[in-house]
Design a protein around this ligand. Structure first.
Ligand SMILES: NC(=O)c1ccc[n+]([C@@H]2O[C@H](COP(=O)([O-])OP(=O)(O)OC[C@H]3O[C@@H](n4cnc5c(N)ncnc54)[C@H](O)[C@@H]3O)[C@@H](O)[C@H]2O)c1
Length: 398
């Protein structure tokens, strides 16, 4: 089979196994090239659980923990597996590529394809740790999902991406045709806000840490980190001040609660890390983001400060979590690795360019081609060194 990307409504419905493998290898090679030796061996994570391990920030975190710190990793994600002639989701191929590369390096890795919101997933992870006689010293929470079933009640909640109070009016873009269209998003109802907090807030993260603590599988001095985004003023009405922002604020409050619990029980720490806006399977569907990211890429590249998920995670681990010093946080207790994106001079230039961008000058005023390139890469397409004219024998393997 020759595999070509199938894109509908700004979503890519298939993935290229060879491209996914190559891009996982690229990220591994980046981390190996940056690997440091540790004087203080006690300060490196040895057993790391990554919830949402298969793509984006979770995959980059797992690669950093394993290949940068030689940690045993347990990864949890929920991906559609491949059939002989039917494509898997990219995360499924990424997980296979990660496990294969880890094995080749003699690193222990276990990957579970289960619903991380379920108590069954928690039980499985706890049992695995107990069987291996290990305790987790880092738990990364990197789930991004539109739905969550509450394990207490069995009720399925759906998140929405909507403003609160007033409608959002803005432009969106068709990734394939580069055509702009204006959209209006009605404000969320109070119930929609609550449901979004149920899905993307801190309730599930808290359940993970509570159950792991009760089962005594958190190591003394362990850390947990959940990921969040703040982003520029111009996206606040649809993001930070909207439904997802409410969920993220709940996640941030949960960090304080979990930090207290972990301090008392295992002398541990809980954080939210604010990361940079990047092209991932979750971010491309947010209105404004394709424009913003395309302009941001251009300006940050010109400025020499552009980063992807793997560079972000390398800095998060080495300069924030395991620098040998107390973890640096801002005045709200948040880890910030978005500081290069949020630098005032960068944001000023982006805001000015956002005013000027039109369908005609899109490719000249922004780095839309890089946005597209990254969009394809996260599905295994447009990856350097892959022969896309070559036939792929089957889609249920790498
Ligand atoms: N992409 C950005 O620009 C950006 C910026 C800052 C922070 N973040 C945050 O980083 C986190 C991860 O986002 P991402 O952009 O890397 O997303 P992503 O879509 O690339 O990854 C989401 C992960 O969650 C997993 N997942 C989803 N539902 C699951 C379920 N029920 N059970 C198990 N696994 C499940 C997927 O399998 C995947 O591994 C989110 O909290 C997001 O808000 C993203």
């Amino acid at each position: 089979m020759i595999i070509k990307p199938l894109v509908r409504s700004n979503m890519c419905l298939n993935a290229h196994p060879v491209g996914c493998v190559k891009d996982v290898e690229r990220q591994i090679n980046y981390i190996l090239s940056k690997k440091k030796s540790f004087d203080n061996a006690a300060d490196k994570p040895k057993t790391v659980l990554v919830l949402g391990c298969s793509t984006g920030y979770g995959l980059a975190s797992r690669i950093t923990a394993a290949f940068g710190f030689e940690a045993t990793t347990i990864g949890v994600s929920f991906e559609r597996e491949g059939k002989e002639t039917k494509s898997a989701t990219p995360g499924w191929y990424n997980n296979l590529a990660f496990d294969r590369a880890a094995k080749e390096k003699g690193l222990k890795s276990i990957t579970l394809n289960v619903d991380a919101f379920s108590d069954e997933a928690r039980t499985q992870v706890i049992q695995l740790l107990q069987e291996m006689n290990l305790k987790a010293d880092l738990v990364i929470y990197s789930l991004a999902s539109p739905v969550r079933t509450d394990p207490e009640t069995g009720i399925l909640y759906r998140s929405v991406l909507k403003p609160i109070g007033e409608s959002f009016v803005g432009n969106t873009i068709d990734i394939i045709t580069s055509k702009f269209s204006s959209i209006e998003v009605e404000p969320a109802t109070p119930e929609e806000v609550q449901n979004t907090v149920k899905v993307m807030g801190g309730e599930d993260w808290e359940r993970w840490i509570n159950q792991m603590q009760a089962a005594d599988v958190l190591a003394v001095g362990s850390k947990t980190v959940a990921y969040s985004y703040i982003g520029p003023e111009l996206s606040h009405s649809i993001y930070r001040d909207g439904t997802i922002g409410e969920a993220k604020k709940h996640l941030e409050k949960t960090a304080t609660k979990l930090n207290d619990l972990m301090q008392k029980t295992v002398k541990g720490e809980a954080y939210v890390s604010i990361n940079k806006g990047l092209v991932t399977r979750s971010s491309t569907v947010i209105p404004v983001m394709p424009f913003y990211i395309s302009i941001l890429y251009k300006i940050m590249k010109e400025n020499g400060t552009h980063e992807g998920c793997i560079e972000q995670c390398d800095r998060l681990f080495n300069d924030r979590l395991y620098s040998g010093k107390p973890v640096p946080v801002d005045e709200n207790g948040l880890i910030r690795v978005d500081e290069l994106e949020m630098a005032p001079e960068i944001q000023k230039e982006v805001a000015e360019m956002m005013e000027k961008i039109t369908e005609e000058n899109l490719k000249e005023k922004s780095d839309f081609n890089s946005f597209l390139h990254d969009f394809y890469i996260i599905h295994g397409f447009d990856v350097e060194g892959v022969d896309y004219g070559a036939k792929v024998a089957r889609l249920d393997a790498i």
